[in-house]
Design a protein around this ligand. Structure first.
Ligand code: ADP
Length: 656
């Protein structure tokens, strides 16, 4: 060191000046390089093992620091540190030189008077140490990141395990639980850590635990993953679980154990069973209904049909219809019609209800069906339709038959009416002739013939007159149907007034009292309504008892219709004749007792029927009879108004 600090004078201009004194053997052994520079940074001495290791000839060694660095840039560490040393400050720097890393330390070089004459430097080769240090630090970094990653991944798998909805366990090759998640442990009322080290034998009956062990062994041996569905009881809850067991194999191929993931499928199983039951119900229903049931896709292809339908189509099995269309079974014109209907359903989403279709098939011949087709929606889209066709052949035939009969009846009624009218009308004339000539005969020849002849003539006159009466009645009866006028708004009170006026003489003679409830306004034939009242009130006067007649015309609203009643205090009617008296020419009394022909009530019935009502007779509780008839009612509002009007009139009556 002394040599370095006190170098000998160097010869100016020499490229390299070895130290004047022989190099200190210690210096020669220095694992690096030592040097001195003058104030111009020219090398004044150099020594060290590193020098000899350099692949450079001595003459080629740089003469000054600038050359050694290859630059005059004063900010470069070697130059900066040397210049600083010239100012009296020691410093150090690291420098890459000839593939080596040198750690250099530089201080001022002073003469005996303490003046700075240059700088002395020592460079130690730290290439290896550096490499080791870097390696170490890299290894430390790697280890740290590994630990961090491990921690993270462990955390992640822990959270993953905890948050999975499945129960998860890992058993080692001996069947000992090594890792389980919380859900798994919770079934046993334990925490995951409390389960570790235990086996199935700690939780399940021996046979079950053995079975699990056998499953695990098989899986470990085969190396195959298996899915097992099993019933088991944990605590007191029976459940169905689906277990996926997978062998866990280490990097070296060694079997480490079994990983199990199992899902509680009790609810799923229950729903599956429910669904299966519903499906079974549906199939039973479909296949046992006599109606033809089918499902079609939006291309009108059958996707499913029931047995009844298969039979109708002449198929052995319903499945044979799948994929086919109506064109495979029915004539083209019909199939076009059906498909047209279905297209409309698919386009509009509206069902087709109760359409009567005539279907001709090989097996059924010609049958009538009532077809209902309803669109099937899935997530708001029409995806097909379900159709039900009901065989209504019998009903349609019965309807047709009934229509025919009704039509025949109407025609024959019309004929009959026409006949009755024509007969009674046309018979009148010859009868009038018979009557007037027998009467003439009676008048002219009364005293010229014997008593017998007189009596016979009288019989003939009587007969002819009676027949005239009957024919008149018949004509009147047939006119209800043929001569009725169109209905108009009619205050029934007016009709009653008219009939009472017509009966004025009989009323006065009998001293009858007639009262009535407020009467409504209805749609009716005025003439016929007056006749109806006249016949009923007339009968009440005619069939009176000992007391003067007391007659009341009542009115009630019942179930949307008017019920009008004519009550009297007369002789009454035996209930057994209640129906008969409404038949034409039916009477309960002899002509001598009460006059009449028995046409009155049958005309009443015909009038009421023409107005859409019914007529019947009841016995009045206090004796006498009550004839009731109905007429279709108006809306409520109209009635109250009308009732008020009638009440007003009733008041007027009382005053009158
Ligand atoms: P007619 O009055 O000409 O006999 P109807 O057809 O009017 O014919 O009556 C048929 C029969 O019904 C009557 O003969 C009578 O026996 C019975 N009848 C009708 N109205 C009454 C009444 N208000 N009270 C008792 N009997 C009656």
């Amino acid at each position: 060191m002394n040599t370095l600090l006190h170098p000998s004078k160097t010869e100016a201009g020499a490229a390299f000046q070895p130290p004047c004194a022989a190099p200190d053997p210690l210096l020669q052994q220095l694992p690096g390089i030592a040097w001195t520079v003058d104030r111009d940074l020219r090398f004044t001495s150099r020594a060290g093992t590193a020098l000899s290791a350099l692949p450079v000839a001595d003459e080629a060694l740089p003469a000054d620091m600038y050359e050694a660095v290859g630059s005059r840039d004063a900010t470069l560490p070697p130059i900066r540190v040397h210049l600083r040393a010239l100012r009296g400050e020691a410093g150090s720097y690291e420098w890459q030189w000839a593939g080596r890393t040198l750690h250099c330390r530089v201080g001022p070089l002073r003469d005996e008077a303490g003046r700075i004459t240059g700088a002395a430097g020592l460079a130690l080769d730290i290439t290896e140490r550096k490499a080791v240090e870097e390696g170490l630090s890299r290894a430390r970094d790697d280890a740290e990141s590994l630990v961090r990653q491990l921690r993270e991944s462990e955390g992640r798998s822990r959270t993953l395990l905890a948050s999975l909805p499945q129960r998860i366990f890992f058993k080692d090759a001996e069947g000992v639980f090594v890792q389980v998640n919380e859900l798994f442990a919770r079934d046993f009322g334990l925490l995951p850590d409390e389960l570790l080290g235990k086996t199935d034998h700690d939780f399940f009956p021996p046979e079950l635990a053995e079975k699990y062990r056998a499953d695990d062994r098989r899986i470990m041996e085969s190396g195959e993953t298996e899915t097992l569905v099993e019933f088991n009881v944990v605590g007191s809850t029976p459940r169905v679980v689906e277990v996926v067991k997978k062998p866990v194999i280490g990097d070296d191929g060694e079997i480490l154990g079994v990983l199990g993931v199992f899902t509680d499928i009790t609810e799923r199983k229950r729903m599956e069973e429910e669904l299966a039951y519903e499906r079974h119900l549906l199939h039973t229903l479909m296949d046992n209904l006599p109606d033809l049931i089918y499902f079609k896709d939006t291309a009108s292809r059958f996707t499913r049909i029931n047995r009844a339908h298969a039979r109708a189509l002449g198929l052995a099995e319903p499945g044979e219809a799948v994929g086919k269309t109506d064109f495979d079974f029915f004539p083209a014109d019909q199939s076009h019609e059906f498909c047209g209907d279905e297209r409309e359903i698919f386009e509009t989403g509206r069902p087709l209800l109760d359409k009567i279709e005539v279907i001709r098939t090989a097996t059924l011949g010609m049958r009538w069906f009532s077809a209902t087709k309803v669109p099937v929606f899935h997530e708001g889209e029409v995806v097909g339709l379900v159709g039900v066709s009901r065989d209504v052949t019998d009903r349609v035939k019965a309807d047709l038959e009934m229509k025919k009969v009704a039509e025949e009846l109407r025609r024959s009624n019309e004929d009959l009416q026409q006949f009755a009218y024509v007969a009674s009308h046309d018979l009148q004339e010859p009868l009038r002739m018979v009557a007037s000539y027998t009467q003439l005969l009676a008048r002219r020849y009364r005293d010229r013939l014997d008593d017998d002849a007189n009596e016979f003539i009288q019989f003939a006159v009587d007969g002819a007159t009676r027949m005239q009466g009957l024919i008149n009645d018949l004509l009147q009866y047939s006119r209800v149907g043929t001569r009725g006028v169109a209905f108009e708004r009619l205050d029934l009170r007016h009709a009653l007034d008219r009939s009472v006026a017509n009966l004025q003489v009989a009323i006065e003679e009998s001293g009858a009292a007639i009262t009535h409830d407020p009467l409504p306004v209805v749609d009716a034939d005025p003439g016929q309504m007056a006749q109806l009242f006249q016949n009923l009130v007339g009968n009440a006067l005619k069939f009176r008892g000992e007391q003067p007649p007391v007659i009341h015309v009542g009115c009630e609203r019942s179930g949307g219709e008017w019920v009008i009643s004519v009550r009297d205090n007369g002789i009454g009617i035996d209930p057994q004749y209640a129906e008969r008296i409404f038949l034409i020419f039916q009477r309960l009394h002899g002509k001598g007792e009460y006059p009449g022909s028995g046409i009155g009530l049958s005309i009443c019935k015909k009038i009421v029927t023409r107005h859409g009502g019914r007529i019947w007779v009841e016995s009045a509780p206090e004796g006498g009879s009550v004839f009731c008839f109905t007429l279709p009612g108006d809306d409520q509002e109209g009635r109250s108004e009308k009732r008020e009007t009638s009440k007003q009139r009733e008041g007027e009556d009382a005053r009158g």
